[in-house]
Write a protein that binds this ligand. Structure first.
Ligand code: EPU
Length: 295
């Protein structure tokens, strides 16, 4: 008889404690599969639960409603990491629950190059895949060789690069309905560990100089319009330092919404809309949100 059980929290956590912005209400439940055997129990769990499933990574790109909700959080607890070679090519297999900064420091230690530009991005491997995280012209998707994705109707399966499509902060796995990322395989190139570490340090310094890395934010809130920077447009539209209560567009980089403490979803949304409106009035450009809004 199998003794495997799915780790479940019911009631679920408050999203304010699971998001870098620190905003969000209580969820119905949370399931956190750590092994494939536990993942196998997820479909039945979702059937029984009747809530709205939502896959949560590091919560670092999320603006969540602070009302209590019927959300059922799915949090991948698989954070394994394996470095190996395939036909002489250095590869990495990483669990979707692994923290992206942990992956990057392991790559630096092992002298594996290709993701240095992502230094300073928080979140998880699963989140980096789902959002095609990127910085300084490098994206997570460029390195993905295949991804093990799970869906309630088809279970777990590897999907090869040719069937995976990446866009600007977007990922299209070609699966209908709800899915979650379990594991990814990345292809990298060999380099001196000092060179990889040095490059990461350099990108971090640039980021520290230009972005509010220590503040409570969800990263850039708007996508950059073609050939432009949303931060520059917001800045020129006078939004730097604009605030509603403790929610404020960062003085360091206008495309970051900062929660100085106790900010609400309504305040964040109102300020975000004000920023969008100002940019529309001034430049005739419609900014599209990059942050995932969950209400
Ligand atoms: N700028 C301003 N004022 C501001 C912010 C920026 O004038 O308040 C100017 C800068 O001086 C620079 C230009 O706008 O000349 C571009 O700024 P930056 O180099 O900071 O890059 P970005 O386009 O604003 C993008 C990504 C960031 C990523 C950086 C570095 C988007 C929406 N943003 O920002 O990604 O870290 O490049 O590669 O794609 C994120 O996705 O959450 C994110 C922060």
């Amino acid at each position: 008889m199998s003794t495997t059980t799915l780790p479940v929290l019911r009631p679920g956590p408050k999203l304010s404690g699971r998001t870098t912005l620190g905003i969000g209400g209580r969820c119905l439940a949370e399931a956190a599969p750590r092994t494939e055997a536990e993942l196998d129990l997820l479909a039945a769990f979702l059937d029984a639960e009747k809530g709205r499933p939502f896959v949560l990574g590091g919560g670092s790109n999320l603006l969540a409603s602070d009302a209590d909700s019927d959300l059922v959080l799915l949090c991948v607890g698989h954070d394994g990491l394996e470095l190996f070679e395939r036909e002489g090519q250095p590869m990495v297999r990483a669990g979707a629950g692994l923290k992206l900064p942990v992956l990057l420091s392991e790559l630096a230690r092992a002298g594996l190059s290709g993701l240095e530009g992502l230094a300073g991005i928080p979140g998880t491997v699963g989140g980096a895949l789902a959002m095609n995280a990127g910085s300084w012209g490098q994206t997570f998707g460029e390195r993905v060789v295949r991804a093990a994705l799970w869906a309630p109707y088809s279970g777990l399966g590897w999907i090869g690069r040719e069937a995976l499509h990446f866009g600007y902060r977007a990922f299209y796995p070609g699966l209908p309905g709800k899915w979650l990322a379990w594991e990814v395989e990345l292809s990298l190139t060999r380099a001196e560990p000092e060179a990889v570490q040095g490059a990461m340090r350099g990108f971090m310094e640039q980021k520290r100089a230009g972005q509010p890395l220590r503040a409570r934010t969800a990263g850039c809130v708007f996508k950059n319009p073609e050939g432009e920077s949303a931060g520059r447009l917001l800045d020129q539209a006078g939004m730097k330092g604009a605030r509603i209560g403790p929610m404020v567009f960062s003085e360091r980089h206008a495309n970051f919404l900062v929660n100085e403490g106790g900010g609400t979803f309504a305040q964040a949304m109102e300020l975000l809309e004000r920023g969008r409106e100002k940019v529309r009035e001034r430049f005739g450009v419609d900014l599209e949100t990059e942050v995932v809004i969950l209400s």
